[in-house]
Design a protein around this ligand. Structure first.
Ligand code: GTP
Ligand code: MG
Ligand code: ZN
Length: 335
């Protein structure tokens, strides 16, 4: 007998004895064990495009997932109609554990995190050498986000037909971040795609950067049979037009990896970043933090890293770079 609307402790005792061997079978067996595995390639207002056994299907989140959402790059379990036929809709019943999560907030004060992509291995930080002007602050911010998420960063400097890469490279030399430089001419003759492709084999790479830097142009060169729309940069403001509006994962033609084109960002908020995870990306400095005071910002008088460098354990340029990156959270992007 149940009194509706009100649960007493007695009720709980009666309906849940929870003795060994007396549990309902459903709580032992994983739910939906007959579900198929899929890979989320794009998300558009609650509709997800999922690749299942080579078929492209449309799916939506099952209610049981609650607030948890699937993003591009997620590995998911799907049930229902998996034919991929027109007007069919499958259900996503589980989001598998993520290997990595790239997050950003709208700005540093904003606690609302959005997940940009899941399960990426590499973050390609795309910066135009001109048109729009490079903004090193954004590069620094993307680097911090990559280190925080455990992604390997790759700098992609586009439009070298318009300006030289020299200045920018000199300030990133000490960080040892791999980079490629591309130009309009090299896009046309396939050289740009070849050069970038060398860095993509066997990995999932997300392309991020300001609007108009040439992310989609590059992805189109890498995956020529899937031409996405590109947009012109406004000649007066020097800004892109936010042509790409949703992230899309595309397989490289030789099957050696995935590239994820993303919408241009105005900023890359780092509210969620934990400095100790950023230091993991600096194995030459990390052991030196042992002598630091608790919760050291690594930019204070008692920081042990100064002594570490003075003692010759690491290059002072590296400490300078680390501090610049950690400090990037304290500054506005235009500074
Ligand atoms: N001169 C020159 N222009 C380029 C190069 N690469 C891309 N562009 C141009 O830059 C403009 C913007 O390119 P998109 O690929 O749409 O830029 P995006 O980064 O995808 O921009 P959003 O989707 O808005 O974030 C287009 O007019 C491209 O033709 C390059 O190497 N040199
Ligand atoms: Mg684009
Ligand atoms: Zn310190």
């Amino acid at each position: 007998m149940r009194r509706y609307g009100k649960h007493t402790d007695e009720d709980d005792v009666r309906v849940r004895p929870n003795r060994k061997g007396n549990r309902p079978r459903t709580s032992i067996r994983p739910k939906h064990e007959d579900a198929s595995e899929g890979f989320v390639v794009t998300v558009d207002r609650g509709r997800l495009t999922v690749l299942v056994d080579g078929r492209t299907i449309t799916a939506m989140k099952a209610r049981e997932l609650g607030r948890k959402s699937a993003v591009v790059g997620d590995q998911v379990a799907v049930v229902g109609d998996l034919s991929g036929d027109k007007d069919t809709l499958a259900r996503i019943v589980r989001v598998e554990e993520r290997r990595s999560v790239l997050r950003r907030t709208a700005d540093d004060d904003d606690p609302y995190e959005r997940v940009v992509v899941a399960n990426a291995d590499q973050l390609a930080i795309v910066t135009a050498l001109a048109d729009p002007e490079p903004r090193p602050r954004l590069i620094d911010r993307c680097l911090v986000a990559a280190y925080d998420a455990g992604l390997e960063p790759l700098l992609v400097l586009t439009k070298s037909d318009l300006a030289s890469a020299e200045n920018l490279m000199s300030s990133y030399g000490a960080l040892g971040v791999p980079y490629v430089v591309t130009s309009r001419e090299e896009l046309a003759d396939g050289e740009a795609a070849d050069r970038v492709r060398e860095r993509l084999a066997g990995r999932v790479t997300a392309f991020v950067g300001h609007s108009g830097v040439g992310k989609t142009t590059l992805v189109n060169a890498l995956v020529p049979d899937r031409q996405r729309t590109t947009g012109h940069v406004n000649a007066v403001t020097g800004r892109g037009r936010h042509t790409t509006t949703s992230a899309l994962a595309l397989p490289l033609p030789d099957g050696s990896g995935w590239v994820i084109d993303t919408p241009g960002v105005r900023s890359f908020g780092l509210h969620h970043v934990d400095p100790s995870r950023v230091i993991h990306a600096f194995p030459d400095l990390e052991p030196g933090t042992e002598g630091c005071p608790r919760a050291c910002s690594h930019d204070e008088v008692d920081c042990a890293l100064d002594q570490w460098v003075t003692d010759g354990h690491a290059d002072p340029q590296r400490l300078y770079s680390l501090r610049r990156l950690l400090e990037t959270r304290e500054r506005r992007e235009g500074d």
